[in-house]
Unconditional design. Structure first.
Lengths: 446, 446, 446
């Protein structure tokens, strides 16, 4: 990693360059063929690839470890799987698509009739060309997924069914990238990395988070940033269980999912609903000029379910484009390399950068000349000729900052109240600070 | 009264049966001919009939008793009243309709010209077929009410005017039905029973309250329920004056009026505006699938004026269909047996049952596994095969209850926040409680 | 000043008489020709004229006095100014219009080319007939203002430029009219009086404030009233700086600007946003039957900028018709005697009277019979015949006052909650008070 000499704003042009979207997309393409699950070699191989881009601590938590109400499951690995017809042809072949096997299937190898096999087959009658994605993590079972069209062609036959998998004591693996900042208060960025061969959900976030961490690592940061690459649900539960004493350091957080499709950005608020991350996101989206949606918190979703459980209750929202479960390609073979687009990946990353830049700069100040306005003119901050109808935009921003910097309003509060963009308010505050007219309040004072 | 073995929910089918509407209607028909007033034999006779259905304490408060700023008036009784023309024909006859006499008219018996009589006659020029209802409780006076059409036919004549009434020291009578529950916190249901021969206002409520009490008496109840059958205004003032030390026990209350007409349900909020009864009513009406109105509190109306006076300030709302004063038949002879309908009476009663059922079950819980979600799957409460887009409705309800059961949200709060029906939330909570995942908070903790 | 024998309401007919609009207008006409600035003889002459109408303390603050972050500037006076062409003709002549000279121009007297002169000339290309108004208070400079059409006619020439002004140590002058009331809590009315030959901004307010003070001086008042006639910005800063210990007495305040044009009334809320003056203004405007606008506070504007600076934070709003800066005539020669209208001046004054009348009467009461309603009938306050659908308007107002007079609701709160006009509520309260049913709460109790 290079020396950190630039602040977050200076990275803007790099992060918004169109080539960045293609870099993220290339990483997705590399990771797509790997068969991941919530444990096992596929997950490890994925972390190995990420580690080429960013510093990553890889943790292994043994099967059987109690994590709150849950238990780390056995480790699952798979070498091969198929269904052969009586002519020995592989009519369903795991080597052709990772989704063909129900994730966490136990080993099986025997012959059976169509009737028996049928109860282990999953299809999507409404989307007859697509292979569904199914899992059975916590109940020992096996199965195959295939397109409904293919199922229709399967006649009575003696089928040879083989799943060459292993479900044994091992460990759950996760990756953690920690970027220390000026103080120990943290921003958490979490994405699940357990889905096999599904691009938007969630290789898009895995790849985008990797590049976000890579570039944040080059900046001078106020907050420390912690990126988690974890299996869904059991991963966040495991991390929270093993870091319970640490969660108080987390000031803001985002769960990233589905950040690569063509749809507009959707933000789901934290359980608190009015956390700083929620307000920051609403502000940035409102001023973005793009379509967007903001959803209230609900207890269904991805790992925000755990971060926002009542005994944890972190200010963690979820950043997506089209939310999981609301697009037809979700959890099917159609969530493929065509479904995610470089421009969308670049735009998602740029939006995250803007959010973090806002959080970095969202300080609370005390006006050092609170009784009447300071004379801006004698400091060269106000036009000399009077009588004009309007103050300039820069002057307005400074007047708002001066008027509301009473120790009770952050710059974001001021931006919201004035209906000016945060960047304009922040620029005004910087000017005033340089002229000794503002003093930063002690952290946590506002 | 039978043994209480069923809870309120089990009574549902009974209470919503169409035959119930007819039973309530039959009671109205029996009570309709009685000439009631705020005191006197008509009121006593009415309570006597109600007492055949439910246990009722009948209280007598002597004339002259001071009740806050008021004084219990003399008792009024009437035997006969008429206006005869010079041929001795009864052209206005109290025996034909109770409304023909101004309620609380002092005795009179003499002859007079039309001009003198005219100042004692009340009609409704805009509704020329109907007889108005008029009273003069607190100023000694007499008068007759008649249809405007009839007034038009009355020529110059020597009229014999007779009101054979008595206004003497006696007492004010009211009835009280108390159904003790598991704890001493109370639900108050109040209806005025002082109107003669008016069906919607307020025999509909008198009869519906009777059947509500009858059926609640068969249920296992958390709250105690107190039904008041009282004269309007002076009755609630008398009861509050004589039970001042007791009002703190009242947790929720409803004034019932006009519950039998064809219109939709209208709820008027308590003075507090955000009492639990207000929120419960809003929730149930919103999820009812029927049209409804909710009105803010105002200090004009029926006995909620007293229950919601600033020094009493009870959480008492008013439950009506079309509110009094807003339908033309109000306080006229047209508020008759045709004007109230069995289906409407049954629906009003069912809605009250639903409200009370909600209040009975609106508890506040503490999630016993607040750090991350509990593993519902291992308890058989979550589907085994993962990867589907949606959680089922039952699972969503459980997730909401778990997420918000932090001791600060009642089940109604959770229903409102989740936009799910209270019954679904309550069912989810019951399931979780049975699995040891919820514990009820001490009462009053939320 | 005459003896104070009438209360504010009785002055109503006087204040709304159409002749009053003409009286205010006449004063504007007298003051229009004077060349005012933020200091100097023009300002003193203006105060001298106002002093013929109302008692006025005139204060002189020496140049160089420190006032918070500012310094009282040198005093500016001007005798003559012109630009002559080579034929000795005055082509720009201060004697024809005060706006021809940039206010606070330093002395100059020499010949120059058009090119050199041009950098000192200000015009309005978009309004080619009008002369702009420009100032240079805090940077030593000189200049002329003229119509753009006139500028177009000025060819190459040797111009004789003369500004016969003086910028020397002297003082800043302001006027203060204090009307003592029953108690020392104050209402502040502030208007800037520093603009030369501009009618709406701000002679309209100077003249209207004069007549408002004149008539308030005849009334029996609860509050004390303080009227300030000050130079803009530096005047309010100076006053606040010299009266810092006194500002706590100010309970309500208005900055008056642009109160004479044909547009509708616009109120700009105080920084607090929910001060009593803000609520009172919103109520009165809502019930006025006229068009109006209410704006949120912003830190740009007139002297409310200083009164609402964070270290002062007084409940001072701004009362205008069309706000300064939003009409094309603003700060030009077109803001002249045609631009302000007597009817508008009279209406603005009537609205201010209504606001102050509300504030005078906006007391908080305690219902002396809070348990159930008092029996209004026995006091002659309620109709004798019952059974009617509606209470009268007077009865409704009394019921609202009784219901909400719990020591926590002012009469304005009650008017807002009941959606009745303040005057109706106040009349109801007065009636109840006269019957011993209300008692005023100690000031500051609500």
């Amino acid at each position: 990693m290079s020396t950190r000499t630039t602040d977050l704003s200076s990275l803007r042009s790099t992060l918004e360059s169109s080539s960045l979207g293609h870099e993220i997309y290339s990483l997705i393409r590399e990771l797509y063929p790997i068969c991941r699950s919530i444990t096992g070699e596929g997950f490890r191989e994925t972390l190995g690839r990420i580690r080429k881009e960013i510093p990553l601590d890889v943790h292994e938590v043994p099967s059987g470890t109690r994590v709150f109400d849950w238990t780390v499951p056995k480790e699952w690995n798979i070498r091969d799987a198929y269904v052969k017809n009586s002519r020995g042809e592989r009519i369903i072949d795991f080597k052709r698509h990772n989704l063909h096997v129900v994730n966490y299937s136990v080993p099986v190898h025997r012959k059976m009739s169509l009737a028996e096999l049928r109860t282990h087959l999953h299809t999507l009658p409404d989307q007859p060309d697509w292979i569904p994605y199914r899992t059975s993590y916590y109940k020992e079972s096996w199965g195959f997924c295939l397109s409904h069209n293919q199922l229709q062609t399967m006649g009575e036959n003696e089928y040879e069914v083989c799943i060459d998998s292993a479900l044994e004591n091992g460990s759950l693996t996760y990756g953690e990238c920690y970027l220390p900042g000026e103080n120990s208060a943290e921003v958490l960025i979490s994405c699940h990395a357990c889905h096999p061969s599904l691009c938007n959900d969630n290789l898009s976030s895995v790849a985008m988070a990797t590049f976000l961490a890579k570039y944040l690592g080059q900046a001078q940061l106020r907050y420390s940033y912690r990126f988690l690459f974890i299996p869904g649900t059991i991963g966040s539960i495991t991390w929270l269980s093993q870091n319970e004493d640490h969660v108080n350091a987390i000031q803001h957080g985002l769960v990233l999912t589905c950040v690569g499709d063509r749809g507009h950005i959707t933000y789901k608020k934290s359980r608190r609903g009015d956390a700083e991350i929620d307000c920051a996101m609403a502000h940035v989206l409102k001023h973005s000029g793009h379509r967007y949606d903001i959803e209230s918190f609900s207890p269904y979703g991805y790992d925000e379910r755990q971060y926002c459980s009542p005994g944890i209750d972190l200010p963690v929202g979820r950043f997506s484009r089209t939310p999981h479960g609301t697009f037809p390609e979700y959890h099917t073979s159609a969530d493929n390399l065509e479904f995610v687009r470089p421009f969308a990946l670049a735009q998602s990353l740029a939006m995250c950068r803007k959010i973090f830049s806002l959080l970095e700069n969202n300080k609370t100040y005390q006006n050092q000349n609170p009784k009447c306005e300071p004379q801006l003119g004698k400091r060269g901050l106000y036009r000399a000729i009077g009588g004009l109808a309007d103050a300039g935009a820069r002057e307005m921003a400074m007047l708002w900052v001066l008027n509301l910097s009473d120790g009770f309003h952050s710059l974001l509060d001021i931006a919201e109240r004035s209906e000016l963009d945060f960047d304009a308010i922040e620029f005004g505050a910087r000017t005033l600070r340089e002229h000794g007219l503002l003093k930063e309040c002690a952290q946590g004072a506002a």
